[in-house]
Design a binder for this molecule. Structure first.
Ligand code: GLC
Length: 741
């Protein structure tokens, strides 16, 4: 009898729910009603299913779903699947859920679309070097266009972790060391992925990660502990996540690390007090891969049920791959350790995103073969990747105008393990990209210099100590008019679980470089890596030096654009390059200390064996032309707290070719109630100047940008003197100042 009653009630409610399935838009209240009526229908087991995210797998036969997951999907015990893409495959999985489960709730498909889906863009750290927010947003937009055409709804990006330790392999995935630049880039990426409406077919729900402060893992060792003051957390590490939330990020992901003794995945301060109560985040929180289970290793959970209880109560909504919500929550509810209402709340957040994606109107709307065919690796998408790559390449040295290579050059020798390399050009997290379609540097050069003889010699591999290729490489160099040294890291040497204790060029590449540069030929060294490397010798001895990161599908063409001068390099470093690992952490916005370095005083803050100065500072990058800064002026000498501070500066192109300059504005508060960094980036602008021309650039600052946290979330701007520095990198010397009353 009871079953019959339950069935009848379910039927009535299901009818009600179906009737309000009006396709006329999903405004907030209407969606909320639909969600509530759906939740009223759901059994506890079905609710817990929505909180469960499992991976699809891949083997030599292609993508497949584990049998146990298939049965769970059919019973409505799984809410989302990641690592599954393709119109046919996602449609098949969606049919499993919608055609078999009692309430036909559609699955959510997520994937790590970090810097492109099929057309692979430069790694995020490279894109950050462009300081070009429009291009970065467009990169995310193209990625969303391709991924959503292959049935995907959700990307685990942007990664917004500030990183000041290049030993940490995941520095490659973010936007570098600066909170101001990082925040703007995180917001741009969210807008690029999500567009204006998640129901648009070519958009993806974003996921700001890894919340929080994962980039401060001790000693740059991945997954290691993080410990810092709340002031440092708020001032340096939180701004990019906050900016992503303010940009409307639909979801957030917890980080693997513990923060001040509490793992992020069970951190109520982070996930509820900060993210939701203080920032107003309304999306859902997913854990990182098996992070709930890892609470046992962290030593804060006695067993899996305890781990589930801690994480759900902290503010986690979805369990990635641990299966612990699925296995524990029913018991926790029956033991009254968890209120079912907290589960309802998590379900509601997840269903809301599914509604906003339009999945309840048509669960298959993203899984159409036709759309897939027309939205992947189109010429315009490839061109966008090439343009992003050009804008990401940093010129670090160019003695005697070694570059650009003149068209008169008869023979180019391309030497090094990255010359013909395609696999490593994608860097880490290259989604569904096909690296065999990547344009190598050799291919790029051949298509740009069709009448030039190009000799390609690997010389050595990326790692290992085999020097048997040195002789042939040296011979090639001696035969050439111009030599390009293509050196760097393998794609797997950065990214997740890829910390390095040394930052030198791997293998015997340094020896190869010395041998080749010894020939006295004009040499341009191109470094492809996912992090700053200690390329000190090359910085002194290679006539030209380029940081090329990992540039993705269009690597070779973009590098040829730069090497030939077809595109004048404009990128600037988003992260400091250390001279050695001993300097780390090293970043431009250091504190002055009570004993600032003085070369004439032993007892000042310095090392015995290395300078305090980095190899290359944050914001540094050269051009084939030169720029001069002058007439730095302020609208007033003193301002009140509600004034806006107008700054202007004249920038001139004093060289022979047109180029883009990234004009940077830094501020210092030399006297405050707490110690303040010697400089902080507060504004920047990109300008294009023809040779011989000048332009007045204007910036507008507001006093509330000049404040700092004093305790907890208390943030103040103090009156007093402020200095402003404007220039082409963080060592900008053009200075002025003002009083703030
Ligand atoms: C990984 C990464 C995270 C990624 C997730 C899903 O372990 O930490 O960045 O989004 O698992 O692949």
């Amino acid at each position: 009898m009871k079953q019959l009653t339950f069935l009848l009630i379910s039927l009535v409610l299901l009818l009600t729910f179906t009737m309000c399935q009006q396709p006329n838009g999903n405004d907030q209240d209407e969606v909320a009603q639909k969600i509530d009526s759906l939740i009223d229908l759901m059994t506890l087991e079905e609710k817990i299913g929505q909180l469960t995210l499992y991976t699809s797998d891949m083997d030599q036969t292609g993508a497949f779903i584990r049998k146990e997951y298939e049965s769970d999907i059919k019973q409505g015990k799984v809410g989302a699947i990641f690592n599954a893409y393709g119109a046919d495959y996602t449609r098949r999985l969606q049919e499993m859920a919608v055609n078999n489960s009692r309430l036909r709730i559609p699955l959510l498909f997520g994937y790590d679309v970090i810097h492109g889906h099929r057309t692979i863009f430069p790694v995020p750290l490279a894109e950050a070097a462009s300081w070009n927010l429009e291009a970065i947003e467009n990169s995310a937009r193209v990625a969303a266009e391709e991924a959503s055409a292959e049935g995907l709804h959700w990307t685990f990006a942007p990664m917004a972790d500030i990183a000041r330790d290049p030993r940490w392999g995941r520095i490659v995935e973010g936007a570098g060391e600066d909170p101001y630049l990082g925040a703007l880039i995180a917001a741009a990426r969210v807008k690029g992925f999500q567009g204006d409406d998640l129901a648009d077919l070519n958009t993806l729900a974003a996921c700001v990660k890894h919340f929080a402060a994962y980039g401060a893992s001790q000693a740059g060792r991945d997954y290691h502990s993080v410990d810092m003051s709340e002031l440092m957390l708020r001032e340096v590490y939180l701004p990019p996540y906050k900016a992503a939330v303010e940009a409307g990020a639909a979801t957030a992901m917890t980080s693997f690390n513990d923060l001040n003794g509490v793992p992020a995945t069970s951190n109520h301060f982070l996930l509820t007090e900060l993210l939701r109560d203080e920032w107003g985040f309304e999306g859902f929180v997913v854990t990182d891969y098996t992070s709930i289970m890892e609470l046992l290793y962290h030593g804060v959970a006695a067993d899996t049920a305890h781990a589930a209880e801690l994480s759900l109560k902290a503010g986690v909504d979805m369990d990635m791959q641990a299966g612990i919500f699925q296995q524990s929550l029913t018991k926790l509810v029956s033991e009254k350790r968890i209120q079912e209402t907290i589960i309802d709340q998590a379900v509601s957040r997840i269903l809301k995103i599914k509604f906003e994606l339009g999945l309840f109107d048509d669960p298959y709307r993203y899984s159409y073969k036709e759309r897939e065919k027309n939205n992947i690796m189109r010429p315009d998408q490839l061109e966008a990747a090439r343009d992003m790559a050009r804008k990401s390449i940093v010129l670090l040295r160019n003695e005697k105008n070694t570059l650009p290579i003149s068209n008169e050059v008869k023979t180019i020798a391309l030497i090094g393990p990255m010359g013909s390399n395609q696999r490593d050009l994608f860097g880490s997290w290259s989604a569904a990209g096909d690296w065999t379609k990547a344009v190598s540097l050799a291919q790029g050069l051949k298509s740009r210099f069709p009448d030039t003889k190009i000799i390609v010699e690997e010389g050595c591999s990326i790692e290992g100590n085999d020097k048997s290729g040195f002789r042939a490489a040296e011979k090639a160099a001696k035969q050439a008019d111009f030599v390009i040294l293509a050196l760097g890291e393998a794609y797997w040497m950065s990214g997740e679980a890829a910390s390095r204790s040394e930052l030198s060029l791997p293998g015997v590449q340094q020896e190869l470089a010395e041998l080749i540069i010894e020939t006295g030929k004009p040499v341009a060294s191109v470094i492809m890596s996912g992090r700053p490397l200690t390329i000190n010798w090359l910085a002194e001895n290679s006539p030209a030096l380029i940081q090329a990161w990992f540039l993705g599908t269009q690597s070779g063409n973009a590098l040829a654009d730069i090497l030939s001068g077809d595109y004048n390099p404009s990128a600037k470093l988003p992260v400091t390059f250390p001279r050695n690992v001993g300097q780390i952490p090293i970043y431009y916005s250091m504190k002055n200390t009570g004993r600032p370095f003085d070369e004439n005083n032993k007892y000042t803050s310095k090392y015995l064996d290395v300078s305090n100065e980095p190899l290359y500072p944050f914001g540094f990058g050269l051009s084939y032309t030169s720029f001069h800064y002058d007439k730095l002026t302020l609208s007033q000498q003193s301002y009140k707290m509600n004034d806006s501070i107008q700054v202007s500066v004249e920038v001139s192109n004093t060289g022979r070719v047109a180029g883009e300059e990234i004009v940077q504005l830094y501020v210092r508060d030399p006297v405050a109630s707490m110690t303040r960094p010697v400089r902080e980036l507060k504004a920047f602008d990109r300008i294009w100047l023809e040779p011989g021309s000048s332009k007045i650039i204007k910036f507008r600052l507001h006093p509330n940008q000049l404040g700092f946290y004093v305790s907890g979330k208390k943030y103040i701007t103090e009156p007093g003197k402020f200095s402003i520095f404007v220039g082409g990198n963080s060592n900008a010397s053009l200075e002025t100042g003002f009083d703030l009353k």
